[in-house]
Design a protein around this ligand. Structure first.
Ligand code: ADP
Length: 505
């Protein structure tokens, strides 16, 4: 029964008019294209969205055949749609393409319903068309991405933040031996060797913060147990609200060789950083030690004037000697840190090397009375150019070593000679000597041959400093030695340096 039959005819007509007005307004304002047509395909209504979609205005479309917007090769579709409508059937979400006025093809999703007249006879069809270009584009993009993932030579795996595998491509199957079905839903630890499980925590903590991990070299374990050397790149998966919801990782098979090389480079870099830190520490520590040492020496001098008894003076002399030794060590350390920083200062002046040798010998004979020092030379004066204090430091280092590494002996011999270009100094002891395989390291920083001379303390700095000083003067330093028989340390300096002294590195 018609609902309007309960109302007076005028009211019923009013209600129908209102309903029609509402429908007309909905249709006019709809974002979807709404078109109606007769069963012969003649367009009977055309809303503004249809105009926006196809470019024809209402006046251009009304009364025209619907083939106006159907591409030629799709005209059959209309036959099918109309046959459905004639049977009173709806056509839902039919995805197709229509043609706009300017020839542009518009991908749409069509829903077509029969229109019946008051007597229930089907007289036409109304169709709602929704533009699906955006979705189509997204679908296409997705398909391209899926194809890339499927055909990639790299294993591409995605997982949730809890480590549950959510995608697994063909290359992952080839690399690890698990099929997609075996891997999906499993925890990523499936392919992580036991001793490398902590890596996963580091990875996830970086991913949660939204950070990427690039070219992380590691091993993963295949189904048959063999270890696969890999370069991993892992990126966060971010949802539409910008929240990190998982991680996608690309694993590239690398050769073991490459992996070892990468690990070596990483370790080398770590060692380099630690080495820099150590140098920095040595520099700071020696500076810090220098300050109190200077005040101790000052106070010892004051004490020296205040103490009158002999015993007290003896103790004071011993203390002074130890403070002096400590001072020399700290100075050596400071020099090392200056060399490392490229800031060891050298002065340059003309000086008599014979006099420097004599002065040094006198100084050392004074505190090493049990040793006989013999100087073999024909030179009474030889003026050379350089930093006399630093050259003296080298001679003292070599002479002290000749004494320290020759326990139980009582003589040291010195040689001073020159030719047209160089002067040479040799310092020969009869002590423990140096094994042939150790000679190449002897001038390295902090190098000591502890097994041969465990009782002689030292820092392995003296020869390193000496080498640096002599090299900076354009000279050479070397050693001849035989284990158990003794050593001769030599150095030569150019008489007429070709280049000015390298004042700083
Ligand atoms: P330090 O003597 O403080 O250890 P050096 O740089 O002067 O440092 O010497 C480095 C190492 O070379 C010494 O530890 C010692 O093993 C060896 N060496 C140096 N001079 C001699 C020497 N005359 N005879 C034998 N070994 C020596």
């Amino acid at each position: 029964m018609n609902k309007t039959e309960n109302y007076p005819v005028a009211t019923a007509n009013l209600l129908i008019a209102q309903k029609n007005a509402i429908l007309a307004s909905i249709i006019a304002n709809s974002d979807d294209t709404i078109i109606s047509k007769t069963l012969n395909g003649i367009i009977t209504s055309w809303n503004p969205a249809a105009e926006r979609m196809f470019g024809y205005c209402e006046a251009e479309a009304l009364g025209r055949h619907i083939s106006l917007i159907i591409p030629e090769e799709r005209l059959d579709e209309e036959v099918f749609i109309i046959s459905q409508i004639r049977q009173g059937k709806k056509v839902d979400h039919f995805e197709t393409v229509r043609k706009a006025k300017d020839g542009r093809l518009v991908p749409i999703s069509l829903s077509v319903s029969p229109i019946t007249n008051r007597d229930g006879i089907i007289v036409g069809a109304s169709k709602i068309a929704r533009d699906i270009s955006e979705r189509k584009r997204a679908d296409e993009k997705q398909a391209v991405l899926a194809a890339i993932v499927a055909t990639s030579d790299d294993a591409i795996i995605s997982k949730t933040l809890k480590g549950i595998i959510t995608s697994w491509n063909k290359a992952a199957t080839q690399m690890f031996g698990y099929t997609e079905a075996e891997a999906l839903g499993r925890h990523i630890s499936l392919i992580i060797p036991h001793d490398r499980l902590p890596e996963e925590d580091h990875i996830i903590s970086a991913i949660v913060k939204g950070n990427k991990i690039n070219h992380f070299h590691t091993f993963r374990q295949a189904k048959d147990g063999h270890l696969v050397p890999l370069s991993l790149s892992i990126s966060p998966i971010i949802d539409t609200e910008g929240k990190v919801v998982g991680a996608s990782k690309i694993a590239r098979d690398i050769s073991e060789q490459q992996l070892l090389q990468a690990e070596k480079a990483r370790l080398y870099e770590q060692v380099r950083i630690l080495n820099d830190k150590k140098d920095e520490f040595i520099g700071l520590a020696s500076h810090e030690l220098r300050t109190p040492l200077t005040s101790i020496s000052g106070y010892l001098q004051i004490l020296g004037r205040m103490i009158s008894n002999e015993k007290g003076q003896q103790f004071l002399a011993k203390t002074r000697l130890q403070v002096k030794k400590l001072g020399a060590l700290v100075d050596d350390l400071l020099d090392v840190s200056k060399i490392e920083a490229g800031k060891l200062p050298l002065s340059t002046e003309a000086f008599d090397i014979r006099k420097v040798v004599d002065d040094t010998l006198e100084l050392l004979s004074y505190s090493n009375t049990q040793f006989k020092f013999t100087l073999h030379t024909t030179i009474s004066e030889l003026i050379i150019s350089g930093d006399s204090h630093r050259i003296e430091q080298v001679i003292i280092n070599l002479l002290s070593n000749a004494i320290r590494y020759a326990p139980g002996t009582d003589r040291v011999e010195l040689f001073l000679a020159h030719d047209a270009e160089n002067m040479t100094i040799g310092i020969k002891d009869f002590g423990v000597g140096i094994a042939a395989d150790k000679l190449k390291d002897i001038f390295s920083r902090f190098y000591r041959i502890d097994d041969v001379n465990p009782v002689t303390s030292g820092l392995g700095i003296g020869l390193y400093l000496s080498h640096e000083i002599i090299s900076r003067h354009g000279g050479k330093i070397w050693v001849e030695s035989e284990l158990g028989k003794g050593s001769t340390f030599w150095f030569s300096l150019p008489l007429h340096p070709a280049h000015p002294l390298q004042i700083s590195n």
